[in-house]
Design a protein around this ligand. Sequence first.
Ligand SMILES: [Zn+2]
Length: 172
Amino acid sequence: MTELDIHESGHAIMFDALDIPMEFVTVAVGCGGEEASLEGCVRLADENNPAGDIVMAALAGPGASFFIAGVADKDSIERYKSDQRHLQRIHADQADAGRQDEYWSRLMAFLYGPMRVWLLENRAVIVRFATMLSAAQTLRGEPLRQALDSAWSAPKPDLTLLREALQDLLST
Ligand SMILES: [Zn+2]
């Protein structure tokens, strides 16, 4: 199992916790067709999702790399270019968006605070999914659903508090 398996599993498990359907999860190739190095791809079935949910799922990949795979976080989220671009685009699309550097530091406070706690609580789920993803390289359709269902050993966690924590941090 590689860091990339754990990184993509962080994205995938958060999307599934949020009940956002995925078309596929892969560690074989990046979303733009680039060769997989630091990033694979999670493609959603439908792109219309709440911005806050997408922020949480975008952060869960780098978070899994830092807090589960043990990547030295001094390298920071900036090594994950596609996740960084995604988060910057969400910020740019918001009509009442404040300054980008301020938004970014609030996202980092969320990542190193409530998100880190959530990822560590769900560490075993993410590692189970990463083991299956590592073997399959790409999961879609029924095998994806089965891998997700077997990764969750208990009912999916309620995300109300995590969503509120993000909203609080972004609105203060
Ligand atoms: Zn990522």
